[in-house]
Design a protein around this ligand. Structure first.
Ligand SMILES: [Mg+2]
Length: 438
């Protein structure tokens, strides 16, 4: 008999990362990396549970946590099998509550909250199956995979039949690619050297260390001051040499004309892509930036849903699609976005970092490699070294590549001590800080 889901526990977990300026960029000078963390408990005697999270950068983490709690009636009291046996239906249920949908639709806090619960359900399903999420997905038939997707609003760009065709085309090589993945790992790049708040010496040192560690791409935050960016870009280029890719990320800082001018100025240093040049909602502005300067355009970490990704692709506005595991409504919506990207032949280079995002998103790229695009050419997952020590199954990097997880689940389960120590505002880490400032 299937166990029953007995509770949705939500935790407001925050890390005081602003103290080191880790994560600082042109729009977010002092982030405290945070997670609205969710646990789906069951009455299984084995202790079976599902773990998921939303990433935020501090204030507002409580708002996301409250949004997750509004979804409780859809989860508590249901059998595990009724959820994990039809994750497509579960995702549609959470994203289409007629009253909650008013807050979006399918965007913003409520959508992120649905994503956390959907991802927790995927974690639950993978633990139940004894497999990592990437393997669970890559073991599904094309028909099962398209059933995960909500094709509403997509069919002018991607029909169910076209999605089936993409998945069937990739079917013959699945086992071989899964084997290759287990042996070699998935390519990554690191943002560690490039935070805007870091001194030049730290930037140069970390850039060199990244190359030594096996990375073939690094990323620099830009967009606050052009003279600073020219100097930092020159230092980074000198540090890594001509053969290492240097992507740059403006975190939505510019209007179109400014983006064009800025990137023309940085172009002599051969940046690999310009990420988030402007508002993530502005499809036409991305197209204009792409047309107006020579550097390729990437975006996606703040793109609200599959519909905006569809438009970015239809408008020819992006060269790289940057999915995020915890921004849209979980695995299901990201499967839709992977299929859209495959249809348009645009490589997916996921956003990660924060807390738990590397752990989650590696599964989606690995699934894409095995069962959707069938390639890792021109594809890299972002990597940032912070906060992995808080997870029971942290990412494993070797030679600049994510090693394929083999533990069952979605890799986003936090350690019990973390949930106690970093709980906001009453965990000991935060209580100590309040005493310091008193
Ligand atoms: Mg970014």
């Amino acid at each position: 008999m299937s166990p029953t889901i007995t509770e949705v526990d939500v935790y407001d977990i925050r890390f005081p990362t602003s103290e080191q300026l880790d994560g600082s960029d042109a729009m977010n000078p002092d982030p405290d990396y945070s997670a609205a963390y969710v646990v789906l408990s069951t009455d299984s005697p084995t202790g079976l549970a599902g773990y998921g999270l939303c990433f935020t950068i501090g204030r507002g983490n409580d708002v996301v946590a409250a949004a997750i709690k509004t979804l409780r009636p859809y989860v508590v009291g249901r059998t595990v099998d009724s959820v994990t046996g039809d994750l497509g239906a579960f995702y549609r249920l959470l994203t289409h509550d007629s009253q909650l949908r008013w807050l979006g639709p399918e965007k913003g806090v409520m959508h992120m909250a649905a994503g956390a619960v959907v991802n927790a359900a995927w974690d639950l399903a993978a633990r139940q199956a004894g497999r990592p999420v990437w393997e669970l997905l890559a073991g599904m038939t094309p028909e099962q995979l398209v059933d995960l997707v909500d094709f509403r609003y997509l069919s002018d760009a991607l029909t169910r039949d076209e999605a089936l065709e993409i998945l069937r085309r990739a079917e013959p090589g699945r086992a071989e690619r899964a084997e290759l993945l287990r042996r070699r790992g998935y390519p990554a790049y690191t943002t560690e050297p490039g935070w805007l708040g870091y001194e030049d010496e730290k930037l140069t040192r970390l850039a060199k260390e990244a190359v030594t560690a096996g990375f073939t791409q690094i990323k620099l935050k830009v967009g606050a001051d052009l003279d600073d960016d020219l100097r930092r870009m020159r230092l980074a280029r000198e540090a890594v040499g001509p053969d290492i890719r240097i992507a740059v990320d403006a975190n939505q800082r510019w209007d179109v004309a400014e983006a064009v001018e800025w990137m023309r100025a940085l172009a002599p240093f051969d940046p690999y892509w310009i990420e988030e040049p402007t508002s993530p909602d502005d499809v036409l502005a991305h197209a204009a930036v792409r047309a107006g300067q020579p550097i390729r355009v990437a975006t996606g970490e703040h793109v609200a849903n599959r519909v905006v990704f569809k438009q970015l692709l239809q408008a020819g506005a992006v060269d790289f699609v940057q999915i995020d595991a915890a921004r849209v409504a979980g695995v299901n919506e990201n499967v839709a976005i992977l299929l859209l990207a495959a249809k348009f032949g645009v490589p997916v280079c996921p956003h990660a970092g924060g807390v738990g995002l590397c752990e989650l998103v590696q599964h989606l790229s690995m699934f894409d490699f095995v069962a959707v695009s069938g390639t890792w050419d021109d594809r890299v997952i972002e990597y940032v070294p912070h906060l992995h020590e808080h997870f029971t199954d942290p990412v494993v990097m070797r030679d600049g590549r994510y090693q394929a997880p083999d533990a069952p689940g979605f890799s986003a389960r936090m350690l019990p001590a973390t949930l106690t120590d970093y709980r906001y505002p009453d965990g000991p880490v935060w209580v100590a800080r309040q005493e310091l400032t008193r």
